[in-house]
Design a protein around this ligand. Structure first.
Ligand SMILES: C[S@@+](CC[C@H](N)C(=O)[O-])C[C@H]1O[C@@H](n2cnc3c(N)ncnc32)[C@H](O)[C@@H]1O
Length: 226
């Protein structure tokens, strides 16, 4: 039994790490291909991918000409339907979302707030059960898989983590929830020193990426800069 609880910029630090560590490293490492793919697995009502889209929009000047994809998946079609509308209650937007970002990227309509089209247009949705194969999604530089592994038994956690590792290049980042870890579950990831909850692929279980697709059925958004 899982909950669908999620909120914008949940736990704050993973998003700070995205802006301050992951994004600068990926921009440097991908300077030739100018393409970044991000996957939020078990994204619920997708505050997580919308939060990342807002951060990328804030960094638009550095991303001019880059192709960016943010993909949010969840097992629940119900939450994904809500996600697509981008409509959130006052309670949902006031949790961890900075007020200046609320005013900049949302439009108030009575007692609800809708994420602006420019941000909604940056995120694509897909129904996906993490227990099923996800190799066709292709490779991602960043995978957020937060607050879902806690609901699975050890064997299932190991299996999902090992399969996530195959969707990432060696310099990709995995972000887990505050109560989650790879320790004792998978040797395919190693903790990024000093950055709790953040993992690079590596270690004895990693092998090479086996992602079978390049995710070409998803649309890239080319940043115009800003
Ligand atoms: C607590 S929410 C986490 C949302 C978000 N990642 C966050 O941390 O804010 C857990 C989500 O996992 C989804 N979920 C549960 N089992 C799943 C599965 N087997 N495959 C994909 N998603 C699953 C649920 O539908 C729910 O939306």
């Amino acid at each position: 039994m899982t909950t669908n609880e999620s909120f914008f910029f949940r736990d704050k630090t993973p998003f700070d790490k995205f802006t301050n560590t992951m994004l600068p490293k990926l921009l440097k490492a991908r300077a030739d291909k100018r393409r970044i793919r991000i996957w939020c697995a078990a994204a619920s009502t997708v505050q997580e991918p919308y939060s990342l889209a807002i951060l990328l929009k804030e960094a638009a000047a550095k991303l001019s000409g880059w192709r960016v994809e943010i993909i949010g998946t969840d097992i629940s079609t119900e939450v994904l339907e809500k996600a697509k509308t981008g409509v959130f209650s006052q309670f949902e937007v006031q949790r961890d979302l900075p007020i200046q970002m609320l005013l900049k990227y949302f439009t108030q309509n009575g007692d609800v707030w809708q994420v602006n089209l420019e941000i909604r247009g940056m995120v694509q949705w897909r129904m996906l059960n993490l227990l099923d194969s996800f190799s066709s999604l292709g490779e991602f530089g960043v995978i957020f898989c937060r607050n879902v592994l806690i609901y699975f038994d050890q064997e299932t956690k190991s299996d999902i983590l090992n399969r996530l590792a195959r969707q990432m290049p060696g310099d990709g980042y995995l972000v887990l929830g505050g109560a989650e870890t790879v320790v004792g579950l998978s040797t395919a990831f190693q903790p990024v020193p000093g950055l709790r909850g953040l993992y690079n692929r590596g270690g004895s279980g990693a092998g090479s990426s086996a992602a079978s697709g390049t995710g070409t059925d998803f649309k890239s958004r080319v940043f115009a800069g800003g």
